[in-house]
Every structure is written in C-alpha cells, then in structure tokens.
Design a binder for this molecule. Structure first.
Ligand SMILES: [Zn+2]
Length: 211
C-alpha cells in the first residue's frame, strides 16, 4: 500500500499491458486471452492459433464478424506479417470465419473430453436422467442430429428447469469426446466448465452473426 517509503512504480502502465493486443479490425486494445490469434505458416497460409500458444508472430482480432470484415477490407492481415509471402488470393471473410468457428468447435470438443477425464460431465441416458433429477446439471450439450423425441424432452426440461441447453456436433462426434460410439447428449455437472463452454458459444455467435 501507499506510504512506508516504498518506491513508486517506474511507470503508470498497469501490469495488464503485456497481455493487451490490438485488434487489426477495429484497432481497439484488448486482453490477449479474449482475442482470436491469427498465425501464418511457412508457405504463407493463414491459420487460427487455437490455444494462443503457437510460436512466432501473430495478428489479433476480436471475436466479431465486424472486425473480421474490417480486417479483410483493409487488407490488414497481409500487413500484419511483413516479409512473408502471402496466399493468393488472400483469405476472404467466409474462410476466416469458418477457420475461427473450427477452432472454437475443437476447443469445445477438447473441453468435453477433458471434462470426462476429470469427472465433470456425464452422458448416457440413465446417468443423464439421474443427474437431471438430482439437479446436478449446469448445462446440456445436445447433438444436432438427436432424434426428435429426445430433443423435445430436453427442450421441455430446458424450459421447465431453466437448464441451459446448446446444440453442438453430431452424436458420433459427441460420442468420441465421451469414449463412446455415440452420445445424443452430454451433461455438464461443473459450473465453471459450463461457463467456459457457454462463452465459446457466445464467441461463435459473435463471429457468425453480423453485428
Ligand atoms: Zn476488434
């Protein structure tokens, strides 16, 4: 705290500065963790750094369709990687959006897989019904190809119990995250994990829907 003769910090810059990056779309400055990180491969190909861990130079963008559009329009992605031969033609909005959505979806699948390993999710009809009845579900992830009667049952529960419900992936893909052949629904029993997955869905809709 102040007083006691302690030296004042050399600059007024908050610690946060190191973690802040500029969005090449809107040019606003935001925490690195809240942004998309675009990277470029040796052949100039554009990719999304899914876990913000890839070495080398990166360009940052808000999870916003508007910022992606602005960056493409201003050719800001090419400029962010000087000296690297670029792809020809440069990536368009739809390509970038689908790469970002793929990265988000992969993170959600990883979260569900890790959730299983840590005992934070449950799946299989009986286990799910039991968790629902016990009020242990924080979120239900329902496969997009779920049979209509099951989808209706979960929709009714969503309404009656104010249980968050998201539609994601196929039953085969959900099954893979749970070490099973197919899973029509996965129940998240951990509030923090549910919040993580819901935030990824929020990012997804901000990227997909024009604002
Ligand atoms: Zn932005």
């Amino acid at each position: 705290m102040a007083g006691r003769g302690r030296r004042a910090p050399r600059t007024a810059a908050p610690k946060l500065e190191g973690a802040a990056r500029m969005c090449i779309g809107c040019r606003g400055s935001f925490l690195r963790d809240t942004l998309i990180r675009i990277i470029r491969g040796p052949a100039g190909e554009i990719g999304v750094d899914r876990y913000l861990k890839a070495p080398g130079r990166g360009a940052h963008l808000c999870y916003s369709r508007g910022c992606i559009e602005a960056a493409v329009k201003r050719k800001a992605i090419g400029r962010a990687f000087p000296g690297v031969p670029g792809p020809n033609p440069p990536p368009d909005v739809d390509t970038l959006v689908s790469q970002v959505v793929d990265a988000i979806d992969a993170r959600i699948r990883d979260a569900l897989t890790l959730g299983r390993l840590r005992g934070l999710v449950t799946s299989g009809a009986d286990a799910l019904d039991g968790a629902f009845t016990a009020g242990r579900l924080a979120l239900v992830v329902l496969a997009t190809d779920t049979a209509e009667n099951s989808a209706h049952r979960w929709a009714a529960r969503e309404k009656a119990a104010e249980l968050p419900l998201v539609h994601f992936s196929t039953a085969a893909e959900l099954g893979r995250t749970q070490g099973a052949e197919t899973r029509i629904a996965v129940g998240v029993t951990d509030a923090a994990l549910a919040q993580t997955i819901l935030s990824e869905f929020e990012r997804r809709s901000r990227v997909l829907v024009a604002s």
